[in-house]
Design a protein around this ligand. Structure first.
Ligand SMILES: [Fe+2]
Length: 221
């Protein structure tokens, strides 16, 4: 029996005439992405909880809701092929989630650098999902699974949009403000919400020292 790598190699080289093997490859990836999505529902809540700004927090919560819909859509894909809904551990997403937890522990709570880092973590998972869904759409099309092709392509477009939104968020103000943080000579940790302005910006610690709470936001923004 051909190994998984042989199946992938044969498929992309155009030498694959074994639709049973290709079906097996499709199921393998389908179960892996089902596991991925169910893990991400919880992981997205962790990213939201760790976020500094409302914009980033809401972005993760919105995608968490979308991800719940993607889990249900995958269950429809299984049913459309008369398959039991089943998952299979995916080391890739486990690694990405572990990486995100490390980044959360390595960045300052309440900083814009934290949000910039969380966006990177989010985009890593989106790119992984885009690769898997793109492959699944191609496989489903080759195998003639019409309904599965349509359902998987719908999720593929959602993942691409989620990735674009994260890029826009980073470019809109997060990265610029995070760059301002690295210019500071006084490191600060913000352990209470009073350090965060209503527009998501950080109170300058020199303002905090002068007790002038009316001055907030980062200069030059
Ligand atoms: Fe997803």
């Amino acid at each position: 029996m051909a190994s998984l790598m042989d199946k992938i190699s044969n498929f992309f080289s155009g030498n694959d005439t074994d639709t049973e093997g290709l079906h097996g490859l499709f199921i393998h990836e389908l179960r892996g992405i089902y596991y991925t999505e169910t893990q991400l529902v919880d992981a997205l809540a962790e990213l939201a909880d760790a976020s500094t700004t409302d914009e980033v927090r809401n972005g993760f919560l919105q995608h968490q809701q979308e991800t719940r819909g993607q889990v249900e859509r995958l269950e429809r894909v299984f049913r459309s092929l008369n398959l039991h809904v089943d998952d299979m551990t995916c080391d890739a997403v486990d690694g990405l989630i572990s990486d995100a937890r490390t980044i959360i522990s390595d960045t300052e709570s309440g900083s814009l650098t934290r949000d910039a880092a969380l966006i990177i973590c989010g985009q890593k998972t989106e790119h992984h999902e885009i690769a898997v869904y793109g492959s699944l759409v191609t496989l489903a099309r080759v195998l003639g699974y019409t309904e599965a092709t349509q359902l998987l392509d719908q999720t593929l477009q959602e993942e691409k949009n989620a990735d674009k939104k994260l890029t826009q968020l980073a470019e809109s103000f997060i990265n610029q403000r995070a760059a301002g943080e690295s210019d500071r000579t006084t490191p600060y940790r913000n352990d209470n919400d009073d350090d965060i302005t209503t527009d998501g910006g950080m109170l300058d610690p020199t303002y905090r020292r002068s007790q002038d709470a009316t001055l907030g936001g980062m200069s030059g923004i």
